[in-house]
Design a protein around this ligand. Structure first.
Ligand SMILES: [Zn+2]
Length: 122
């Protein structure tokens, strides 16, 4: 699912120590992908680039690649037993990244806009 891959990419871009920031080869491809997302290219057109990006991440030793598993782990563990009723979501609709409220507010680096509070329906 490319939307999930974009969400993982968005989160990884917010992390200075992540390979998508520190490896020039991976970073170049990641930045070209997000530039095209901003210019309105469809997810289907980006599927191949996401595959290449994932391949580079895996080859560089990042076992999780663009798998969304790691992406949601932190959010699910974020609470103290209370249900999360409001999350921070990416603006723009194409990126599915969500963060727990109160988390350090790294902006969405795909759309270069701040994360926005969104109420979850229960
Ligand atoms: Zn985003």
């Amino acid at each position: 699912m490319t939307v999930d891959q974009l969400a993982v990419l968005c989160r990884r871009l917010a992390d200075d120590s992540d390979a998508v920031r520190t490896s020039p080869e991976i970073r170049g491809l990641a930045e070209s992908i997000v530039a095209r997302v901003r210019s309105g290219v469809t997810m289907a057109e980006l599927a191949h680039d996401f595959d290449v990006l994932e391949e580079r991440l895996l080859r560089a030793g990042h076992a999780a690649g663009l798998s969304p598993v790691r992406s949601y782990e932190r959010l699910l563990n974020a609470g103290d037993g209370h249900r999360v009723l409001e999350v921070l979501a990416c603006p723009g609709g194409t990126c599915a990244r969500i963060e727990a409220p109160g988390a350090e507010l790294a902006p969405c680096l795909v759309h270069r806009q701040p994360m926005v509070a969104m109420r979850l329906r229960s």
